[in-house]
Design a protein around this ligand. Structure first.
Ligand SMILES: *Cc1c(COP(=O)(O)O)cnc(C)c1O
Length: 396
């Protein structure tokens, strides 16, 4: 396996790290589409099951193509160990459930991806795990919510869909003082622009469905942490509950990683130009874009992010009616709730991704009837601005 060379830049790592060549010397990573592995003898099988040799046993536990993807993710993240999962939600639920038990307490920022919020608010309490949702941008809220039995702090930054930024180093320092582990969902920042482990985060999770695939094909997820945590907390849970990533999907994700830095940088360059265009438009009340000087946490961003975002959140003056009219008039930009894709995708959170929250809960998150989330793709900047311009002219 081509191990992570620490002096390599991220672009080189994304093309080479983790590659495992068969005896044929293939250029592109091989897809080991196999459930099981054949042993040379009964003794060899016995030794493999005893853990005396480190070959593969069964693809629910580990698989060579999946291992290449995990190793490449470790190189990108600066992590010791990783396990890939079938979806982002499999990564989030495994990362939380594997380390929690009845009587434990979790503090989470309330601005969470819908299914993440369901796990914290609805699922964990049914197993006797107490949870507290807070405003993650309030620096005092983390300490105030902590209890002697607090085991995990969980959050996203930037958040979905309002792109608020939470001070990661601060959350880590509060967690250290109360002995809690920090779990960060780093999807919105991407591994290109934010390195949570350098800021002390213990466990990083991704939905690889988003920027890592980046071309709308496969679901996937990954959990990254130190080797000891993966061995002691995650490994048995993963092996016996089976959230494993398919080798086919791992192969697609490996190919996605090769172009990830290029795509994320180009989509961000597009997004920054479009955010400036939107901020000047008369039909728009407000634009939230990490990288603009008017972002509510503009002072925290340079401490933890090395780039802006491929996502823009904006609010139409004319509320739902204007948002719907604009969406319906778009020609290039597609209406879809995915994000991080090479195709530009737009969504109206109040009626789609966040429809299950009460109106008060949405208001607390800053989502109202005019809020629109825009995931910027790889199309030409002028075509995207042109599409928004003609659609907005029909809506305001
Ligand atoms: C999409 C997403 C998830 C869930 O990922 P799936 O691959 O759809 O299961 C979790 N967290 C965030 C921030 C996401 O955007």
């Amino acid at each position: 396996m081509t191990k992570n060379k620490t002096h390599w830049g991220p672009a080189t790592q994304m093309v080479h790290s983790g590659s495992l060549r068969s005896q044929y010397g293939e250029t592109s990573e091989a897809m080991f589409l196999t459930q099981g592995f054949v042993y040379d003898s009964a003794e060899a099988a016995e030794a493999r099951f005893k853990g005396e040799d480190d070959g593969y046993v069964y693809s629910r536990y580990a698989n060579p193509t999946v291992a290449m993807f995990e190793e490449r993710m470790c190189a990108l993240e600066g992590a010791e160990a990783a396990k890939a999962t079938a979806s982002g939600m499999a990564a989030v639920s495994a990362a939380l459930l594997c380390q929690l038990q009845a009587g434990d307490h979790v503090v989470a920022a309330r601005a969470l991806f819908g299914s993440c919020r369901w796990i914290v608010e609805k699922l964990l309490p049914t197993y006797g795990i107490e949870t507290t949702l807070i405003d993650g941008t309030d620096p005092n809220a983390w300490e105030k919510a902590s209890r002697p039995n607090t085991k995990v702090f969980f959050f996203e930054s930037p958040t979905n869909p309002t792109l608020e930024v939470i001070d990661i180093a601060h959350v880590v320092s509060v967690a250290r003082s109360c002995g809690a582990k920090v779990v960060l969902d780093n999807v919105f920042a991407t591994p290109i622009f934010q390195k949570p482990m350098e800021l002390g985060v213990d466990i990083v999770v991704y939905s690889t469905t988003k920027h890592i695939d980046g071309q709308g094909r496969c679901l996937g997820g990954v959990i990254l942490a130190d080797q000891e945590w993966v061995d002691e907390k995650l490994y048995d849970f993963y092996r016996h509950t089976g959230p494993s990533m398919s080798p086919f999907n791992a192969w697609v994700m490996l190919k996605g990683l090769e172009t990830l830095p290029l795509r994320v940088r180009e989509q961000t360059r597009n997004a920054a130009a479009i955010a400036d265009f939107l901020a000047e438009h008369k039909g728009i009340k407000k634009v939230v874009y990490p990288g603009r000087a008017d972002h509510p946490q503009a002072n925290i961003i340079p401490k933890q992010m090395s780039g802006g975002s491929t996502l823009i959140c904006f609010e139409m003056k004319g509320g739902k009616q204007a948002a719907f009219a604009m969406e319906n008039a778009l020609e290039i930009i597609k209406l879809s709730n995915n994000l991080g894709d090479s195709k530009s995708l737009i969504t109206h959170p109040a009626t789609t991704t966040h429809k299950n929250l009460s109106e008060e809960d949405r208001a607390e998150l800053g989502i109202n009837e005019g809020t629109v989330r825009f995931s910027v793709g790889l199309e030409d900047t002028k075509d995207l601005i042109g599409d928004l311009e003609q659609a907005l002219s029909k809506a305001v």
